[in-house]
Design a protein around this ligand. Sequence first.
Ligand SMILES: Cc1cc2nc3c(=O)[nH]c(=O)nc-3n(C[C@H](O)[C@H](O)[C@H](O)COP(=O)(O)OP(=O)(O)OC[C@H]3O[C@@H](n4cnc5c(N)ncnc54)[C@H](O)[C@@H]3O)c2cc1C
Length: 317
Amino acid sequence: MKITEHLANAKSTLFSFEILPPLKGQSLKELLEGIEPLMEFNPPFVDVTYHREEFIYKKHPNGLLEKVSTKKRPGTVGICAAIMNRYHVDAVPHLLCGGFSKEETENALIDLNFIGVDNVLALRGDAPKTEGRFIPEPEGHSYASELVEQIVRMNKGRYLHEETENSFHTDFCVGVAGYPEKHFEAPSMKFDLKYLKEKVDKGAEYIVTQMFFDNQKYFEFVDKVREAGITVPIIPGIKPITTIGQITMLPRTFFLDLPDALTDELEKCKTNGEVKEVGIEWAIQQCKELVSANVPSLHFYTMSKADATYKIAKEVF
Ligand SMILES: Cc1cc2nc3c(=O)[nH]c(=O)nc-3n(C[C@H](O)[C@H](O)[C@H](O)COP(=O)(O)OP(=O)(O)OC[C@H]3O[C@@H](n4cnc5c(N)ncnc54)[C@H](O)[C@@H]3O)c2cc1C
C-alpha cells in the first residue's frame, strides 16, 4: 500500500522507523531480531536506508594504489523482501542519485516493483568521505528532483529506452527529504524550499524531515512549506540522543542545533547511560507535543538500535 494511503486511512499519528542495512558478514537474523520489539507499535511501513560503499586507497610497495572497499552492505531488494514477508509491513527503500547511473536506477526499480514494493524515498545522497562535494555519476542524476522525475516516468510506462520490451507501468509512491533547519548546501531557506517544491511538482507525494530537536523548528518549517504552495504530508524525523559523542557529532554531521534546555541537561551527564536517559526523555516530550499537533506519523531514526525508540514509543503510543 502507498504511504499516502496509510496516512489518509490513519485515525491518529502513525509510528514508523528506518533500519540501516547491516555490514557485510552480519546476518538478516540479527537485523530482524533487532527490530522485532518495535513491531509491537504496528508500524505500517519501515524504511530501509542506503549507504554508498566506502573505499580507501592502499599503497603497494611498487607505488601502485589499490582501491579497497571498507564498508559494504547487502542489497536493498533482499532486505525489503525479508521485512515485507516476515512482518507484512510496507518496506520503503531509500534510492540515491549518488553512485548510480540512470540505467542502474531503472534496474533497481524494476526489481523493487517485482517484489511488490510500492514506495521509495528519492534522495540525492552525500559526497563520499573521500570527496569534498557531491559529484554525480557520468550517466546519473545531480539532484533528487531528477530521480523523482525518472520514477514518475516509469509510473507512466516510460523507460530510458523506447525499445524496452513489456515496459509495464510501475506505481510507486515517491517520498523526498525536507530540512527544517535548511539543507547545509542551500544558501537560504527560500532557496531550499524552491527546490523542495520542484521535487513535489515533479511528483513527490510526501516529505520526511531531517531530525530536529526543537519542535518549533518543525512547526515553522511546515508553515513555510505551506506558504511555498506545497500541500503534501510532512512526516517529522526523530532521533533520541544516546551517547556523549552524539552531542557534537549530530550538529556536525547533520547541520542542526540542539536547544539550550537540552544541552544544559546533557552537559550534566557523566556517562553514556545518563545521556541516553536525557535523550529518551527529551524525545518523549517532543513526540507527545507532535502527536497532540496531529502530525501524520513519527519517523524514528533508529540506526538499527531499537531499545531507545522502544522506550519512547511505549510512552507515546
Ligand atoms: C529523511 C531522510 C532520509 C535520508 N536517507 C538517506 C539514506 O538512506 N542514504 C544517504 O546516503 N543519505 C540519506 N539522507 C541524506 C541525504 O542524502 C543528504 O541530506 C543529501 O545531502 C541531500 O539529499 P536530498 O535528497 O535532500 O537532495 P536534493 O533535494 O537534491 O538537494 C540537495 C541540495 O541541492 C539543492 N538543490 C536541489 N535542486 C537544485 C537545483 N536544481 N539547482 C541547484 N540547487 C539545487 C538543495 O537546495 C539542497 O541544498 C537522508 C536525509 C533525510 C532527510
